[in-house]
Design a protein around this ligand. Sequence first.
Ligand SMILES: Nc1ncnc2c1ncn2[C@@H]1O[C@H](COP(=O)(O)OP(=O)(O)OP(=O)(O)O)[C@@H](O)[C@H]1O
Ligand SMILES: [Mg+2]
Length: 503
Amino acid sequence: MKKKNIFVGIDLGTTNSLVSYIHDGKPQIIPNERGERSTPSVVSIKNNGEILVGEMAKTQAVLNSDNTVSNVKLSMGKDVKYNIIDKEFTPVDISILILKNLKENAEKYLNTKIIDTVITVPAYFDDNQRTATQKAAELAGLNVLKLLNEPTAAALSFGFNKKEESRLLTVDLGGGTLDITLMEYKDKKFTVKGIGGSTSIGGNNFDKAIIDFVLEEFKSMHSFDISQDKIAYQQLVIHAEKAKKDLSSANETKIMIPYITIREEGPIHLNISLDLNKFNNLIKTTLGEIEACINDTFEQSGIDKDWVDSIILAGGATRVPAVETIVNSIIKNKNNKNTKKGKPENVNDSLIKRDINPDEAVCLGAGILAGIFEGSIPDMEFCDITSRELGVEDDEGKMVVIIPKGTSYPLSVTHLFTTTQENQDEVIIHVLQDGDNTGNIKDSDQKMVSLGKFHLKVAPDKKEGEPNIDVTFTINMNGILKVSAIDLDSGQAGEIIIRDKQK
Ligand SMILES: Nc1ncnc2c1ncn2[C@@H]1O[C@H](COP(=O)(O)OP(=O)(O)OP(=O)(O)O)[C@@H](O)[C@H]1O
Ligand SMILES: [Mg+2]
C-alpha cells in the first residue's frame, strides 16, 4: 500500500517560491522540473496563449516585459490589474498560475496527488492579503491547512529537533518584504511576542539603488538616458541583482552589459564598477528603514533587546553583509555597552544562528507544520499574534478597538453596543483595521482601512441606548477575521467574513 496524498509546505515568495514535505522524518525541499530548489515567482504569457512560469518566464522578461509579471505578491489583496495580451489578470489570477506550477511539479516529483498545504505569508500581511492568498490557493486546487506567518515558519525550522529553550529575533528580508518577529521557544512551544516589518522593504530596494546609480553614471559618461529604453532597463534589472549578490561575497564587482544601446556613433557598452563601500552608501536609506523597523518591533512589544539570545536570519536579502552588521549592532549595542556602533563586528560574538539556510528556512518550516497536520512528525505547538488593531466605526467616525494589536489567535471577542438615536431601526457595522497596506508600522496609526460593512436591523420603537447589540470578532487559525452582530432583543443577526471582500 502507498500513501495517496502528501501534505506539503509552500513558501509563496515575492521573488522565489519553494515547496517542501516530510521525508524520513525531516523536512526536505522538493526540486522543480529543472532540478532547482526554488522557482522564480514570475509568470509570462506568450502571444499563442502559452503560459510560462518560473525560470523560463524570468529569462524571457528582457524581450517581453509587457507580458511578464513579477513581484505579484506585493499586489495581493489590492485592486491591481495586469493586462497581458488583451486579457485582464488580477494578482490572485497570477498567483494561481504560480501555485498550479508548484503543485504540478511537486506531484510529478512525488508521483502522487497534492491537495493539502501550509502556505506562508508575511506576518505583516493584513486580512485582504491573507484572504487573496487563500483564495488563489483554493482556485489552484489546493486545500490550505493553515496560512503560516513566515518568521514563525523560519523559527519552526530552527526549533525542529532542538531541545534547548530560545528567545528568538527572526529577521526575514526577502525580495519585497521585511518581517520581524520576537518569539519564545520553550517546551516544544513557540509563542510569538512581537511582530513588525514592512511590505515595502526588501532586496528589490537594493537592486533599485544600484539601477539608479548605474543610470546616473551612464548618463554622465555618455550624456544619454537609457531609463526609458525597456529592453536596456530590463537587462539592467538582471545585472543589478547579480552585482548585489556578487557584493555579498566580494568587495568589488563590475556591471557589464555589452551593446546596451546603439547610437549614431555606434554601439555603446555599459561598464561600471561598484565596490562594497559605495553599495553600502547607496542602500543607506533602506538600511535605516530596516533598523527603524527592528527598533519599533522591540518598542511596540515592550521587549528589551537583552531578552534576545538567538537571531535567525531568513530571506535571501539578509545575505547582504550590511544587513547582518545592522542586526548585530542593534542587539550588541544593547547587550554589550562597550561596543561602539560602526566598529567591525566580531562574528563569534554574534547571536546569529548559522545553521539556518536563509533561502529555505521559511519553506522548511511550512513543511514541518504540514507534517504535523499529516501526522508524520510529532506535534510542536505555537501561538501567533495579530499584527494590526481591529475594530468597528462609532457614530463619530472613530475606531472602537475590539482586538488590539499583538493579541494571540485563534480567538473570539464580543463587545456590547447600542444605538445613538430614538427609534433607530438599523445600525451599520463597519469593520476597520488600522494602518495602510503598504507602509511600515510607523505610518499605520495614521490611517484606517475599511474591511467591509453590513447593516443590522434592530428592534423598533426603542429609546436611544436601549437596544443591546452584541458584536463578535473571531479570528481563525489562519488569521482570517469574521465579524458577526446580533440584536439581543429581536434576535436579528448578521455577519461578514472579511474574505468575502475578495472577488
Ligand atoms: N547572495 C545574495 N546576496 C544578496 N541578496 C541576495 C542573495 N541571494 C538572494 N538575494 C536576494 O534575496 C531576495 C529574494 O529573497 P527570497 O527568495 O528569500 O525572497 P522571497 O521569499 O521571494 O520574498 P518575500 O519573502 O519578500 O516574499 C532577492 O532580492 C534576491 O536578489
Ligand atoms: Mg520569503
